[in-house]
Design a protein. Sequence first.
Length: 297
Amino acid sequence: TLQWLNPKSFTIFFNAQRVLRDQRYQLLHYSKDELSIQLSNVTVQDEGIYSCFYYSRHFQSKKQKVEILAAPSHPVLEVSQDAGRGIKLSCYTQGSKPQPQISWLLDNGIELSGDTRHQLGADGKKWSTSSTLRILSYSPQVTASCILQHPALRGQRLMASLHFQDLPSPEGAEGPRPSENPAVPSSPENPAGTSPSSSPKDPEHQHQPSQTSQMSHLTVKQDPESKSFVKKEKNLLLPMLVAALIFVLLIIVLLFMVKLKKAHGVWKRENDVSVQTLESYKSRSNEDSPGHERNGQ
């Protein structure tokens, strides 16, 4: 006898007999020594450990772990105005398992990693991922691309590109010219990644707090607030939990007071009824006492 069990320990097939009412499971082959089945329309909920039992003179079993990969959706690229001058590029994807890898590719072939964040979906299996890249200045000839890599893509990559010639130049900033301002990488002597010919009087270059690098006439600004943002979220988490606990305790106290008030009203009504009954009994006894005295005389 042969038997297949799904990850929830439900019998799928017992010999050639279907047991589980899931039409996605199909019988491929059955013989005295083989029970082969097939599962179609696979979802991430189907992953887990499948068990095969072989009943003969000696019981045998074997388990097989099945992992389901969910390919991410095609990336969506959005552009928004950043604080001050420059723009912010955002790349979004969803429905992937495991988490995808997002990088940014400039037209000179250099890949950068932006500020990437992952969020688990309501099903507890698939992820939504976003990556942000901030641009201080750019040239119309530059192209930036969002590159998506995932094991389910089997070596292929999903890409969404943006041509800066379709965007207006930021106010007060002009893209560097190829002949006048070549690419200058960031260094300790030039931490802002600006050109040596930049004016030292420019406050944008004197007090730039974040590391930047200029490649192919494109100045890229890494997000300096990502770590501080995570710390702020952690610092705000404890007060929010305390406030929620106080709110729950307040609701419990209010419900207890309401219940106590109702119980007190019931007790008061019962006490009034008992007092009235006692008074009526006393009045009746007083009315009956003269008749008993006359009968006695």
